[in-house]
Design a protein around this ligand. Sequence first.
Ligand code: 13P
Ligand code: SF4
Length: 305
Amino acid sequence: MIKADLIKEISRLKKEKNAIILAHNYQIPDIQDIADIVGDSLKLSQEASKLDAKIIVLSGVHFMAESAKILSPEKKVLIPSMNAGCPMAEMINVEKLREFKAQHKGAPVICYVNSSAEVKAESDICCTSSNALKIVKGLKEDKILFIPDRNLGDYISKQVPEKEVISYNGFCVTHNRIRMEEIDEAFEKHKGALLLAHPECDPEVVKRADFVGSTTEIINYAKSSSEKVFIIGTEIGVMHKLENDNRGTGKEFYLLSDSLVCSNMKQNKLEDIYTVLRDETNEIFVDEEIRLKAKKSLDRMLELS
Ligand code: 13P
Ligand code: SF4
């Protein structure tokens, strides 16, 4: 089917089936353009918890669709491609988390949403990159375990020196590809540019950044800034909104590294959205006992956000 027909069919099926498409900021432009809501992980969780629809197509990676199901069990949640996993989420499982907890008895666990339902269920509270600091500050305990992203954990811990934040050794394979020479080269090429980076980047990259935030925070920062040239230290998907939002302003955006492409996020195609909507395949299921426990961690996060 040609693109225009695919878009027409998706729109028809959405109406017929009372479906909503939620897409992450890292999705390909074609998907962002047809989605009802595009956002960061926090926005997608907040929307999933309050949406009025029968079907949610969550165009992102598996843990995002799983979070939507945890928060909205009465809805059918579909993911365009079952191959869209998150390597960081797979770096920890319940057994590894239990071992980590046993090494630091009594400390509460803050679990980055880039994790499985089982791991969320075994944690005390979730966070995303946009609310992690608030969540850490909101906990009364002074010693906190942060899983699975060591880079986000490091970024947060530096801002709350009064607390001991012990991070698990997980990381984002995409953001970790940035090489320091690429930063020097980018600043050399684009003199006076601001570097906007995601906290999943290595601490050495974060140190060089002028602004650090979630995907949506980066997009909002660039829009409201009076500066004109920006180097973007996160996945290529955000370039679409950065360019759309700032058309005619003379602002320029340069991706920090050609390697900032998350192949998992890119598994979802427009054709897959059409197919899953038509056939209602690739449905996400979460065991009810796990779901209830994981929901507690997500609800606590949403209350504090
Ligand atoms: P945010 O949209 O929350 O910044 O998420 C980044 C990410 O890597 C999601 O996989
Ligand atoms: Fe996972 Fe990183 Fe891809 Fe996000 S960008 S889905 S954290 S691998």
